[in-house]
Design a protein around this ligand. Sequence first.
Ligand SMILES: [Zn+2]
Length: 161
Amino acid sequence: MVDWLSHVLLAWIICQILQVKFNFFGGKNTAIVMVGALIPDLIKIGLLFQWMDMDIWNFITPLHTPAGAIITAAVISLFFEEQMSAFKLLLFGTATHFLFDLPLAHVSGGMLMLFPFYWGRYQIYLIPTDDYIVPTLALAVALVIYMVKRGKCTQDKLAQR
Ligand SMILES: [Zn+2]
């Protein structure tokens, strides 16, 4: 699994790019997508239980599957005023999560992408999970986008004067 920082950053980057064309992905909606990108990794609460000597992995494994993430996103979207658009944004976030988890070489032997219909695990062996390339690259790209946007804002302000 790419770490949480990478998932949040990658979701933010995608939103910034999409925002150029679609206003829908801007503002607070970007934050909802970023939350969505973390949903599948809720599975890591298993570590907490493991630390307390409880083995709940088999119960929470579905969290890190598309089917489980869709249900989790639906439940979380109930807390929003505009439930449907929140649900779509959360789903989009989880989609980015799985998209970036797939190229990783998982210790556990891949992800159950078609759970509960098929128990086969999927992964594309490209990046080892302990590789720092992804977070570093994501951080660099995010910084560049941030600087460009900031530069554009100041330019617009100057033009208004
Ligand atoms: Zn993951």
